[in-house]
Design a protein around this ligand. Sequence first.
Ligand code: CO
Length: 185
Amino acid sequence: MAVWPIRKYGDPILRKKAVKVESFGEPFQQVAADMIETMQAAKGVGLAANQIGLTHALCVVDVGLIDEGAPPKAFVNPVILQENGKEVPYEEGCLSIPEINEEVMRKERAVVRYQDLTGAVHEQECDGMLARVLQHEIDHLNGVFFVDRLSALRRKLLSKKLKAIAEEAAAEARERSKNAPSAGS
Ligand code: CO
């Protein structure tokens, strides 16, 4: 088990579409366990794989923060089949966009199809906080941030802060490449 550093807004992997998970073997189980540990260490309610620099179509949700006592859950290859109900506002944040919280409109219910860690397929109609979190995380797996869903005016008002976060992301990327073992060593 390991806690991974979280990639920030501006890191190119956060704009990439995730790749379908086909293999549910030990390396994948390790990734899922690390993501749950990383999410909990960061006190997040959800985390998508590209937020730790991986391309798996996988997100995890700390369902215990929504339903007391429930264990954290992995959603593999999740897709939204249907969004239902009315659009409701809720103030969202994101581990990849520190210190920005904004009201985002989303549908109040969503039917989600996903696989569990054994590969079994499930379909679930979610509402409330779980519907909110899954819509946010599935957006990540499509390269979309919650700030993309704000009005042009709100985004403009945030542009300075977002630029500063993207500069931080670029500095972290330079640091990673410096520390990476060079070829042949
Ligand atoms: Co997020």
